[in-house]
Design a protein around this ligand. Structure first.
Ligand SMILES: Cc1ncc(COP(=O)(O)O)c(C=O)c1O
Length: 398
């Protein structure tokens, strides 16, 4: 067997309290899922049991939720944006979200609203898609270096799309300023003082994927012992973990929050026990995770309920992409993009690591472990996907 060392720093969460949040509960997730079910074409995304891979890696089960199949949008992100936009419209027109229907909302809307957001691609595509579904406008800002394919996907949905010359967090501030001047509604997946309602809805919307996964695991008669959640601002990780600990109990689930080393703001916050921001260009291949300022709502959940924080190099995500794209035996193939594959990449990097046994022990992994990973995106940047999977870009050093 090959042995190679990829950089994976693991920090135990010393600030774990196990306190759950009523904002990210089963009840909230089920309300969000009821909304998503009303969208034409709704189907739970598949949960694949990669049994041969689990055998190789020495765990009982590896379960991968494939979010590339979410409404044909190649990523999970619309779950949050669409739910937040629906909630905003319901609030404006005094409709209970439980009574929401696309037909009523379209006939009720008196004036078009414009929804503005900042995105690495996936969230903006979700917002643009939801705005179009509801006959509204969207303006989407993207940080410098954004892939043209991701820009084109947003333009195709009829949204305005502007690529700035700033990093993600500065682009968020620019979006806020422009929205204020133009009277647009900001639908952002991060929160700050005075801006918490919309990001709460977004996080609640993400819990739909976890609610589906729990249903799918129940049908397989398995309970997860571990969950791998990748973090940009930590909204997805917080929303999903909040729900999962409500289902299984915070002490019954070993959660691993994974980030790229150049944008590991949640990892650093986890080490310090308070929010730590990371600045600069955050040049990582994991574009969806290139955020330097944790979402305070997500951070609270992660501080209270996450087990460990992981910071890793880009090659870990690339390894995850190759492993998922080239399955063993009868395992299902999963086309997973850079930000989607990093969780599974951590498992693979541990398996091939010279200190494998010590790392397995540190992560509490053994032959009884049932590991849930979320492949949050497909090949949202096809050119780069091929460079990694076909050409071996970001390969194993040495
Ligand atoms: C594919 C993908 N995975 C994960 C994330 C992380 O989500 P969050 O920023 O809520 O942590 C993103 C964010 O854009 C993403 O695009």
């Amino acid at each position: 067997m090959s042995v190679f060392a990829l950089k994976i720093d693991i920090a135990d969460n010393q600030f774990f309290t196990g306190e759950t949040s009523p904002l990210f509960s089963q009840k909230q997730a089920q309300q969000a899922r009821q909304f998503h079910k009303k969208i034409a074409g709704y189907q739970p995304t598949p949960l694949y049991a990669l049994d041969e891979l689990a055998g190789l890696f020495g765990v009982k089960k590896i379960l991968v939720k494939d979010e590339s199949q979410r409404f044909g949008l190649n990523a999970f992100k619309m779950l949050g944006g669409a739910y937040a936009i629906a909630q905003l419209l319901c609030e404006k027109y005094h409709i209970n979200i439980a009574d929401f229907s696309f037909e009523t909302i379209k006939t009720t809307i008196r004036e078009k609203m414009t929804f503005a957001t900042t995105t690495d691609g996936n969230h903006g595509r979700g917002v643009a898609w939801a705005a179009k579904q509801l006959g509204q406008n969207a303006v989407v800002y993207m940080p410098k270096g954004s892939a043209q394919e991701r820009v084109d996907a947003i333009l195709k949905l009829g949204a305005e799309c502007i690529v700035t010359d700033m990093n993600y967090d500065d682009t968020v501030r620019l979006t806020m300023k422009n929205a204020q001047q133009n009277g647009w509604e900001v639908v952002q997946d991060t929160a700050w003082e005075g801006y918490t309602t919309i990001p709460t809805w977004i996080m609640q919307g993400y819990a739909t994927l976890a609610d589906e996964a729990v249903e799918q695991m129940n049908a397989m008669d398995v309970k997860p012992t571990h969950v791998l959640l990748q973090a940009g601002v930590g909204a997805m990780a917080g929303g999903v973990l909040g729900y999962l600990v409500d289902v299984y109990g915070p002490r019954n689930l070993h959660s691993l929050i994974v980030e790229p080393e150049l944008a590991d703001c949640v990892y650093r916050s986890g080490v310090k026990g308070e929010i730590v921001n990371v600045g600069g260009d955050m040049a990582t291949i994991m574009a969806g995770l290139a955020c330097g300022e944790p979402n305070p709502l997500g951070w609270e959940v992660l501080r209270n309920c996450a087990t460990q924080f992981i910071s890793c190099q880009d090659a870990v995500a690339a390894l995850g992409m190759r492993v998922l794209g080239n399955p063993l035996g009868n395992d299902h193939r999963v086309v997973s993009g850079e930000s989607g594959a990093v969780g599974l990449g951590v498992l693979a990097a541990v398996h091939y690591h010279p200190q494998r046994d010590a790392l397995m022990k540190k992560l509490g992994l053994d032959s009884d472990s049932v590991v849930l990973a979320i492949s949050t995106e497909g090949d949202t940047d096809v050119k780069h996907y091929r460079e990694v999977v076909w050409e071996g870009k970001h390969g194993i050093p040495g």
